[in-house]
Ligand binder design. Structure first.
Ligand code: ZN
Length: 331
C-alpha cells in the first residue's frame, strides 16, 4: 500500500483538495464551492462526499495516512476554526475532530499562510531551510513564520499575523491616535491595508487625487473603478509605462520592504518568500521592496536574508501546503 495524505484548503469562495504522495505529487484533486453563507453543518457533508469520491479509486492500492487542512482563523493547537471573518460558521467549529472521526486518521489544521509555509519548506523554495517566512499577498496579507524548523504558533495558536502589524499613522504619545487606513479587523493602519492586492488598488486611487493632473490624465487607471481595478490590471499598466501604476508599485514595495526589515529584527530568517496575486507582479513589486529593505534593515542583518518568490506559484500550492501539514502529523 502506497502512503498518501489528503490536503484540504478552505477558502472564502472555493474549497480545494487533493491526494498527495510522499514526493509531493498531487495524484488527484477536486474543488467544491465553499458557499460562505452556509452553516458548517451543510458544508461538511458536501466536503465528505467530494473527498471520499476522490479517494475511492485509491482504496485498494493506497493507504490514507492523515489529513491536513488550511482554513481561515484555524487554531493548530485545538483543531478548531474560530469566528472566521468570511464564513458564516458560528462561533468555534471543531473541524479537525469531525474530519478525524470520519476518516479515522490523524488530522491537523492551521491557517492558509502557515500551510503555505509548510508547503514551501517541504516542496518549494525553502527546502532545507530551518528559518524562513512566507508572506501571502492576496486580498489581505498573511504570514507563516518558521523558526528552527517549526511553524511559530505562539501561546494561543494564532501567532504570525503580520498583516495586522501597524504600518502607518501612529500619532500622539499621551493620546494615542491611529490615522492610517481602516482595516477589516476594526483598527487602522494595518500592513495589509497597504500591502495586498486590495491595498495597492487603494494606493492607486489615492494617487489619482495626489499626482499632477498631467500624470493622472495620462494614466489608464482612470478607466477603472475600485470594483474593476485589480493588482493584475495595475501590473499590466505599469509594464506598459503608466507612471501612476508604477508609482503605486513603488509605494507598496516601500511599505513592504520597511515592514520586512522590521520582521527580520524579530525573526532573522534566511529567506522571506512572497506568494500570491501581488507577487505575480514580479520585479515590479520586488525591486522597490528590496531597495527599502536594504535601506532599513539593521546592519547586523545586512546580506543575511534573501527576498524571493515562491517556487509553488504555478502549481496547486494550497493543496500542497495542507498536505505538508498532513505529512508532518505522521512524521
Ligand atoms: Zn487589521
Amino acid at each position: 500500500m502506497t502512503p498518501i495524505v489528503l490536503g484540504i484548503d478552505i477558502g472564502g469562495t472555493n474549497t480545494v483538495f487533493g491526494i498527495v504522495d510522499e514526493h509531493g505529487a498531487c495524484l488527484a484533486d477536486g474543488t467544491i464551492p465553499t458557499r460562505a453563507q452556509e452553516p458548517v453543518e451543510h458544508f461538511l457533508p458536501r466536503l465528505f462526499d467530494a473527498t471520499e469520491h476522490l479517494l475511492e479509486p485509491f482504496a485498494a492500492t493506497h493507504a490514507l495516512k492523515s489529513v491536513g487542512i488550511g482554513a481561515p482563523n484555524a487554531n493548530y493547537y485545538t483543531g478548531t476554526v474560530e469566528h472566521p471573518p468570511n464564513l458564516n460558521w458560528q462561533g468555534v467549529t471543531p473541524l479537525a475532530a469531525s474530519i478525524r472521526e470520519r476518516f479515522g486518521v490523524p488530522t491537523a489544521l492551521t491557517n492558509d499562510a502557515n500551510a503555505a509555509a509548510l508547503g514551501e519548506g517541504l516542496y518549494g523554495a525553502a527546502r532545507g531551510m530551518k528559518n524562513f517566512m512566507v508572506i501571502t499577498l492576496g486580498t489581505g496579507l498573511g504570514s507563516g513564520i518558521v523558526v528552527n524548523g517549526d511553524v511559530l504558533y505562539g501561546a494561543d495558536g494564532f501567532a504570525g499575523e503580520l498583516g495586522h502589524v501597524t504600518a502607518s499613522g501612529v500619532q500622539g504619545a499621551s493620546n494615542l491616535m491611529l490615522t492610517g487606513r481602516q482595516c477589516g479587523c476594526g483598527r487602522r493602519g494595518c500592513l495589509e491595508t497597504y500591502v495586498s492586492a486590495t491595498g495597492i488598488c487603494r494606493t492607486a486611487f489615492e494617487l489619482v487625487a495626489e499626482l499632477s493632473t498631467e500624470t493622472v490624465m495620462a494614466s489608464g487607471v482612470r478607466a477603472f473603478t475600485f470594483e474593476t481595478l485589480s493588482a493584475a490590471e495595475l501590473a499590466r499598466l505599469a509594464h506598459s509605462g503608466d507612471a501612476l501604476a508604477n508609482e503605486a508599485f513603488k509605494r507598496t514595495g516601500t511599505v513592504l520592504g520597511v515592514s520586512m526589515a522590521n520582521a527580520v529584527a524579530a525573526f532573522s530568517p534566511e529567506a522571506i518568500i512572497f506568494f500570491g496575486g501581488l507577487a505575480n507582479a514580479g520585479d515590479l513589486i520586488l525591486r522597490p521592496t528590496q531597495a527599502a529593505f536594504d535601506a532599513h534593515v539593521l546592519t547586523i542583518f545586512k546580506g543575511t536574508t534573501k527576498l524571493m518568490f515562491s517556487a509553488l506559484m504555478s502549481s496547486n500550492a494550497a493543496v500542497l501546503g495542507a498536505s505538508a501539514l498532513a505529512w508532518k502529523e505522521v512524521a
